[in-house]
Structures are given as C-alpha cells and as structure tokens.
Write a protein that binds this ligand. Structure first.
Ligand SMILES: Nc1ncnc2c1ncn2[C@@H]1O[C@H](COP(=O)(O)OP(=O)(O)OP(=O)(O)O)[C@@H](O)[C@H]1O
Ligand code: NI
Length: 307
C-alpha cells in the first residue's frame, strides 16, 4: 500500500468572464500518482502541466475557487480537508520552490523551531543545522543575510524537523549551480532512505533520474505514464508513452531532437489523448476518448499503442 495515493484527481478553477458569467477552467483531469515510504517519485512535465496544482491539492492549499474531485489517500485513509489541515506542516511537509517562503522578519532559527512538533525545539533545530552544515551563528540570522544555498538548507531543515512522513519538494533546484543541485537532491534521497516518502516536482529529468525510484510524467493535466528509473535508458525502448519517449530523446546527451508543436493550454485540451496532435502514432481512436490508465511492465500508461 502506498503512503500517498492519488486516484482520478480532477481540479478546475471557476473563472468569471463577466459579472454574471463564469466558466470552469479544468487544469488537472484523471490524474494518478502514488509514492511509498522510502521512495523518491519524481513528477515531471513541462510548465503548466499541473505539477504544482497536484502538490497543492495534496497539501490542501488550493485557492477557494478550485473544485477538486477524485480521491487522495494518505496512510490508507481518505485525505479530507480537515485531515489535510491537521497533517500539513507535520506529517506532510512542503519544501517550497522559493526561499521567499521564509519569513523575512524572523530569525531563521526561530522559524525552524516553529516546525518542531515533539521534544525540545531548540535542540532539534541545532541538531538539524549541524547535520546540514549550517554554523551555530546562522540561527540568529535573518533570511536576507543568508546565501542562496544556506537559505535552501534552512528550508530543508524546516521540512525535516517536522518529522514528516511525506515531503513534497516543488522545483528544489532551479537556478542552482551543479554542486548545489547535487547537494539538494542528495538531501532528498537521504530523507527517503530514512523512511520518508518524497515527491520531487521538477522540469529536469536528468537530475530527477539520479535520485528517483519512479517517475510520473504529466502532460496537459494528466498522468500519461509512470515509469521506473531503469526504463530511461538506450533509445527509450522500455518507456511506455510516446511523449515520455520524445522527452527522453530530446535530452542533449541523447538525440537532442525537439518535440514538434506545444502542450495545449488549460481550457483548450482536446478530447481524447491530449498528446495526439503531436504524436507520430496518433490514429482516429486517440482523438475520440481519453485512453484508460493501464498497468504495463510494472508501470502505468495511458496510450492505446503501448505494449
Ligand atoms: N488559481 C488558478 N486559477 C486558474 N488557473 C490556474 C490557477 N493556478 C494555476 N492555474 C493553471 O493551472 C495550470 C497548471 O499549473 P501548475 O502551476 O500546476 O503548472 P506546473 O506544472 O507546476 O508548471 P511550472 O513548471 O511552470 O511550475 C496552468 O495552466 C496554470 O495557468
Ligand atoms: Ni509549478
């Protein structure tokens, strides 16, 4: 049983076109995701594919005009809004994308202590700073006094001291140099090795592959494939979906061939398989209905051609 399981998730936003007219913008539909204790599962997909919205749906921090359907289970039980409120910041922690999430007016030691749920907060904060190589004087600093790398370590410390069972890292590496990327990813892998479930949201497939056990590939708001790390090898013959194969081939160290066309915008996603207009394998049936999610070779795929 997975610690976190997301089944058939749909998220839409109500938008007002005029004072009296409103419409529903569907940004996630029929999305599947799961992560277990001890695993890192990456969520990859291009900008606008719904990665952050998935994270926010799990955390229960979507804006009030969002409509959510489908099922989210945590520890085998339905993750209701009241459970989300209870578990967020304790059993479920977010490592946010930006260091701007730190309170600019509060000393960072104090911020980290706020997340400690059991035991002595000062002791816990000092121990975690020590583990992440933050010197004793850092606890009295304000966020603006920290380097980018130090600020990120403070964010990871905050998630770690909370004793979370599920850590969601939303784009933890953009703009970092190679050494810092390696460090940030290494910290996530370490959390998983200590028994956490880690959901790693990223654009960067190559980095994701260095630490992830499995990869969920999002396209236009739905999961098109869940693959194992080893499936990303050679020419991508083991990959199940034409989009994942195209992403793999587009990497600089592979064939470096771009995928023609672009991902449809929310609200303009075609019926059927959203990738069909760009897919070399597309046939009439692909345009007609969304392919069922099916298990294939110890993974999942939504494509009628996959075998
Ligand atoms: N509050 C909102 N109201 C309406 N649409 C929204 C809202 N928040 C996000 N969206 C739309 O939902 C879609 C998915 O957004 P999301 O932020 O999850 O993408 P993402 O995959 O995280 O992209 P990125 O890689 O750029 O962070 C986008 O088309 C976005 O414009
Ligand atoms: Ni995002």
């Amino acid at each position: 049983m997975s610690l976190l399981k997301v089944n058939d998730l749909c998220v839409g936003f109500t938008q007002y076109i005029s004072l009296l007219r409103q419409k529903r913008l569907q940004v996630i539909h029929n999305l599947e995701f799961a992560v277990d204790a001890g695993e890192v599962v990456a969520v990859i997909g291009s900008s606008g594919s719904g990665k952050s919205i998935l994270a926010h749906a799990v955390l229960g921090i979507l804006p009030s005009n969002a409509h959510v359907s489908g099922n989210i289970y945590f520890g085998g039980e339905e993750l209701t809004p009241s459970r989300q409120d209870k578990l967020r910041g304790s059993e479920i922690a977010l490592i946010p994308q930006s260091v701007q999430y730190l309170d600019p007016l509060m000393r960072v030691g104090k911020q980290v202590r706020h997340s400690v749920k059991t035991g002595d907060p000062v002791k816990a904060q000092r121990a975690i700073f020590g583990r992440y190589g933050l010197k004793a004087e850092v606890e009295t600093m304000f966020p603006f006094q920290l380097s980018g790398g130090m600020a990120r370590r403070v964010l990871v410390s905050t998630a770690t001291v909370s004793g979370a069972r599920l850590v969601i890292a939303d784009e933890p590496t953009p703009g970092l140099d190679a050494a810092s990327i390696k460090e940030a990813l290494g910290q996530l892998r370490e959390l998983a090795d200590q028994g956490c479930a880690v959901m790693l949201i990223t654009h960067d497939i190559e980095s994701a592959l260095t630490i992830s056990d499995r990869i969920a590939v999002l396209y236009a708001g739905t999961t098109v494939e869940i693959a194992n790390r080893e499936d990303f090898s050679g020419k991508g013959e083991q990959l199940r979906h034409p989009y994942t194969q195209a992403l793999w081939r587009a990497l600089p160290h592979n064939e470096f061939v771009p995928i023609p066309g672009s991902q449809p915008l929310s609200g303009a996603v075609p019926a059927g398989c959203a990738f069909a207009p760009r897919c070399p394998l597309a046939v009439q049936a692909c345009m007609e209905s969304l392919p069922q999610a099916r298990e294939l070779r110890d993974g999942m795929v939504r494509c009628i051609h996959a075998s």
